[in-house]
Design a protein around this ligand. Structure first.
Ligand code: MG
Ligand code: MG
Length: 259
């Protein structure tokens, strides 16, 4: 298993890619309101990305579906878990929750992050699912310290999420990231045996818990890409790209305070 450790200067280049991802996600969050289509959000993201001199990483991506992924964003609404395809026909409605996953390539390195956005007023359950997913990611990030193991991420996420009555998607995992969008190691968000790589400075991982209201099980929708919960209950997703620093986690895709 090849695990690529990054130098400090490489991590700074990755931070630049991730900061573009973060600012695009912030713009998408601002634009996401009832009546707006997911294709409009996709166009906004692609335009901002190219203005910043970067390339959308998911557009044309091969390997997760029967044809290259057509969008710059993955837009997944309500029971859609991940890999939703932006569409002019899919207009946001008040009460929806919209997961937006986004990556760019800049100067040879990838950035990757995801957020879930409540559209207008959402149900109490939807709001709680979003907060639990966001907090699960933060608990995992706190484990990104030298000497811990990859399996520590899934341990803290699963324990917390299940104590809140929700479930952790198992079919999709986080990943190392760098010169490739998906590098070793795989990062399960559930308790898993056999993934005991020790975290070392220079390792960069994308941690991205997908948390479901009901069953953890997912299935593929008719478009061949979109993943939906098997029971059609809600799902939320947050992701950050995180470098293991000598002194602890360095969240490359987090925007500076106050922006
Ligand atoms: Mg992502
Ligand atoms: Mg990812």
């Amino acid at each position: 298993m090849a695990v690529y450790l990054k130098s400090e200067s490489e991590i700074e280049r990755m931070r630049e890619a991730d900061q573009i991802v973060a600012s695009v996600l912030a713009a998408v969050e601002k634009a996401a309101r009832p009546g707006v289509s997911t294709l409009e959000l996709d166009r906004l993201a692609e335009e901002l990305t190219r203005q910043a001199g970067a390339v959308p990483a998911f557009k044309g991506y091969q390997g997760g579906g029967p044809y290259p992924f057509p969008g710059s964003l993955c837009t997944s609404i309500n029971e859609e878990v991940v890999h939703g395809i932006p569409s002019a026909d899919r207009k946001l409605e008040a009460g929806d929750i919209l997961s937006v996953d986004f990556g760019v390539k800049l100067d040879g390195f990838y950035g990757d992050s995801a957020i879930t956005i409540p559209i207008g007023e959402v149900s109490e359950t939807a709001g709680r699912l979003i907060e639990v997913t966001r907090e699960a990611l933060e608990l995992a990030i706190a484990e990104a310290v030298p000497g811990n193991r990859v399996s520590d991420f899934g341990d803290v996420i699963e324990d917390y999420v299940e104590s809140e009555g929700f479930s952790v998607v198992r079919d999709f995992v986080g990943h190392g990231i760098g010169r490739a969008l998906h590098e070793e190691p795989q990062v399960p968000h559930y308790r898993a045996s056999g993934n005991n790589l020790r975290l070392r400075p220079g390792l960069v991982v994308a941690i991205e818990p997908m948390i479901n209201e009901g069953t953890w099980q997912v299935e593929t929708a008719e478009d061949g890409w979109t993943q939906v919960t098997r029971d059609r209950k809600l799902s939320a997703h947050f992701e950050h790209s995180v470098a293991i620093g000598h002194d602890g986690p360095v969240v490359l895709s987090r925007r500076p305070e106050g922006e």
